[in-house]
Structures are given as structure tokens and as C-alpha cells.
Design a protein around this ligand. Sequence first.
Ligand SMILES: Cc1cc2nc3c(=O)[nH]c(=O)nc-3n(C[C@H](O)[C@H](O)[C@H](O)COP(=O)(O)O)c2cc1C
Length: 369
Amino acid sequence: MTDTDILFQPFELGRLKLANRIVMAPMTRNKSAGNIPGPAVVEYYRRRAAGGVGLIITEGTCVNHIAASGYPDVPYFHGAERLAGWKKVADAVHGEGGKIAPQLWHCGGMRKAGTPPEGAVDGYTPSGMNLPGKVNRHIMTRQDIDDVVRAFGQGAADAKALGFDAVEIHGAHGYLIDQFFWEGTNQRDDEYGGSLERRSRFAIEVIAAVRAAVGPDFPVILRWSQWKQQDFSARLVSTPVQLEQFLLPLSAAGVDIFHCSTRRFWEPEFPGSDLNLAGWTRKITGKPAITVGSVGLNTDFIPAPGETAFRAAEPASLDELVRRVAAGEFDLVAVGRALIANPDWVQLVAAERAADIKAFRVEMLDTLA
Ligand SMILES: Cc1cc2nc3c(=O)[nH]c(=O)nc-3n(C[C@H](O)[C@H](O)[C@H](O)COP(=O)(O)O)c2cc1C
């Protein structure tokens, strides 16, 4: 039997005090009609807080920009009614003793013209591409860049004002910020394109705007990934030295916690060490890192690039996870599908009731249970 006690140690970073090491991974649910998180969304997050999750990171929620959304019924993080809905979510989570951060999101080129409610508005991208080599989207102007940077800052200010405990910037998975990072989709010849350092400029401006909006001691989390929805084998960096060159400017711009998205947390990031992406990120930046990817499950969540269907999975051992946490490789552990299947996953693990943990089934996404 796994001794999971290590997962139930408290975590503290300045004003952010978490009861344990378990984070709910951000998961889009498309259940916010009118882009407003309604009562069912409030209840969905409340249940995970009641189930003992240390920190909830919400589903991606769109910043105030005309092209931020790419999907129907995703919640927005602007406008009085939407923000009032989010305040109810945060209050409900706090009522259960939980902590919560919104994931601020801009879909970039993943947006297809026609997506409601903005309709004809095109996807906004660094170089017109959602897929490398295929130019069929709006190329962002300097003004567009400034507008989006400002929108992230405003979202962070609102998160703090509403009483959230931290904010996460979605810089992963081939969405807008990642499309700037990625050479495949960033072919700009101004100061936002070129070397990885220059391709990071947009993210650095976003992070700096968020930091300026929330002040020095409100936790800012950056989610980033090597892999893209468009290409699972894509890499921003291929050596620890490059990783250091990439991360240190982001860290200096104001990131407090790095959320390192992988699909299988147990995979070593570089040859010669078994550290995963979060492990390397923590080692290089000296800042806390969140790992993610098939925690407590036997398969990863997305079958192939471009697929929208997610993958079912059976419960699996936590031994390897616990070993890595105990070794100090990373600080926090994000759990996705297992928390959809089991709102009380944290309590079941704590009580060593492995037999009661349900498998994740794709149909579970149909409703907000
Ligand atoms: C239904 C679903 C929706 C997701 N939506 C988001 C999202 O809005 N933002 C994000 O960064 N990742 C999103 N992800 C990825 C998860 O945060 C997580 O990284 C992934 O599911 C792997 O964790 P798991 O294997 O524990 O499920 C989503 C995953 C699923 C299954």
C-alpha cells in the first residue's frame, strides 16, 4: 500500500496556504451558458473543495478580448454578470475551506471564425497560423498585442478583487501565449519573434502586467508545456541549458509557481536524469512547481493531435508519484480526470479507500456532477 502522507503535508507560499499538495487541474467544461458560470458550476467546484482539494484551478476563463474564446459555453472573466458568477464560485470554495485560482485564457489561433457569440471574429495569432505553415488567421498588430496584455492584467486585478487566492496564466497547449513561444506558429520579424528569448517577450509582458495588477504578494502561476495540441512532439527547448534560458526571464517577470503540463508525469524530460518537466523547472528556477499528467490513472488524456475527444482511464497506483514528491522533485500535484470521476478523490486517497475510486469515463463530461 502506498503511504500517501506526503501528499497531505500543507504547502505555504507567502499568503497562499494550502491544506495539502493536491491541485485540481484546469478543465474546460462548456457548461457556462451566456459565458456565465451559473449555479451548477458553483456547485461543481464547491464539491471538489468539500472533497478536500488543496487548490482548485478553474477551467480556462476568457480574458476581455474579442477573440479570446474558441469554444461554446466557456466562462468569461469579464462583465458584471460573469464576474458575479465567479465570485459565487470563489465564495463557495472558501466556504468549504478550499482555495481557488482562475485560469486566465486566450485561445489564439485555436479560435475558428464562427464560434459564438463573437461569430465572424477570426482567431488572433502571432503570424496567422494555428498550424505551422498554414496561414489562415488574423496576424496580431502591436495594438492587438497591447490590448491582450492589458486584458490579462485586468483579469488578474479582478481575480484579486473578487477574493480569489491566486491567478493562473494559461501559457500552454498551443493557445495564444504558447503560439508566441512556439517557432512553428511564430514567424514574426519584429521584437516578438525570432529567438526563443524574443518569442517569450509577449508572455513576459503578460506576466509583468499581471504582476503589476496584483502587487508583489499575490501568487501568480504560469502554466506552460512543451507539447502542443497541434503537435505532441513539439519542443520549446531540448536541453537543460535551453530550459534555463527560457525559464529565468519568465521567473524574473513575476511568476511565483510554475505549472508544468505533461501528459504522463513519470516521463523524464531529458536523457541522463529521471526528473520530469516540473522537476527540472523547480531545480532551475528555485520556485515551486506543479506536476500533472495521468496522476492516479493508467492512460493519458488526449489520444492524438487535433482530437477533441478525451480518453477514458482506470485508476492506477500512486507509488511513483509519492516517490517523486518525497524526493522533493516538485511541490504540488494537479489531478484532472480523476477529480471529474471522483469529487472526493482526495478523501478517498487519504482514507486509503482505493477500491472506491471510480474510473474516468468520457460520458462523465456530459454533465457537471
Ligand atoms: C475535459 C478536459 C478539459 C481540459 N481543459 C483544460 C483547460 O481549460 N486548461 C488547461 O490548461 N488544461 C485543460 N485540460 C488539461 C488538464 O488540465 C490536464 O492537464 C490533463 O487532463 C491531464 O491530467 P489528467 O491526466 O489528470 O486528466 C483539460 C483536460 C480535460 C480532460
